[in-house]
Design a protein around this ligand. Sequence first.
Ligand SMILES: [Fe+2]
Length: 463
Amino acid sequence: MKMGNSSFVAIALLMSVVVLCNGGKTSSYVRKLIQNPVDMPLDSDAFAIPPGYNAPQQVHITQGDHVGQAMIISWVTVDEPGSNEVIYWSNSSLQNFTAEGEVFTYTYYNYTSGFIHHTNITNLEFNTTYFYVVGIGNTTRQFWFITPPEVGINVPYTFGIIGDLGQTFDSNTTLTHYQNSKGNTLLYVGDLSYADNYPNHDNVRWDTWGRFIERSAAYQPWIWTAGNHEIDFDPQIGETQPFKPFSNRYHTPYVASQSTEPYYYSIKRGPAHIIVLASYSAYGTSSLQYKWLTSELPKVDRTKTSWLIVLMHAPWYNSYYSHYMEGEPMRVVFESLFVKYKGDVVFAGHVHAYERPERVSNDKYNITNGICTPVKDISAPVYITNGDGGNQEGLSINMTQPQPSYSAYREASFGHGTLEIKNRTHAHYSWNRNQDGYAVEADKLWLFNRYWNPRDDSTIHIP
Ligand SMILES: [Fe+2]
């Protein structure tokens, strides 16, 4: 049957109404595409090797204890092991301190790593600028960071969120935009270098990635979540130890939260209790991760840390075709816990786009009752996917249609997020699209704390 123009317009109008009724906003922003981003070349300035004999490179830091009074300082030397010492001092003291750590090396197929140093410096004062020097005995390099405020419910603090960054020209833009944000600490939601996309997982691309992120990660802690691109399991080339490059290069303070694996752990930082989950470790009800989480959640004291933030790689609520439903098995196991304990916000990556669902839950299904539709639940966290760092695999542009009711905003563009915690009741989340100016917020909302201010903060109507 041939359709007249007027019928077509009428159907199109009807469809647009249907889309509006079903969900939130699918951004009409059209990014100049469609070619996938390309990795920056090996001789790019972003990967520059610092000059000098045995000069430390790939310098990065992460929180080294449970409350923010320690920092793991990590760097790589290539000519010889060199010293594991870090010399550090605060801007309010004339006294220098020295800490000594450990050095690690690994081989991966035909690659041999440099000397990877990790030194935890402890007993730091809160809210203090520290300077630190690495490369003692050879070429030294100096950096600085600011410790967080003491854990407390009304402490303002700003986190950045990046996922799936990779090392393309777009990744470079994302990082520059993030550096122009107010972020004090970066919550990294997994998939780092994408070295595994190269023949034999060319680990040289782990080194370039380390040098690329140094300009931010040497000056503020990046909190690590493991993604699928960190697994690096490839029995065809004899590499059967999962997470080998990642676990040698990027340490986490998992022991401080009684975890048994570096891929799931918790930290407290300023006003936040942050739980990092492992999408690629066992999480069934008999797993160590499940046992750890169920013993961790009752320890979250909202009268000390007002905000409960969760990081994971594979999102539970995702309306893109890319990785659609992949987060379901973990959601089925864990979701009711985060509703019970009133998680404020869950950040994930994996899907190479941006999406912000509303507060929903879907934990009533018991295989016979047929109740399997997400429903509005103001006790539930807000779920945000920030898998839009800019890696070489390109954007996830295909979305399920119509936009589901729980999805408030979705857009296939690269960018990063920031979460500005103002006090125990309010936090402001915003998403910065790479194509916009540094201060432009393409999506934003006020989040109300689930424990201290459990009012409805929806931005769209959900049935
Ligand atoms: Fe991923």
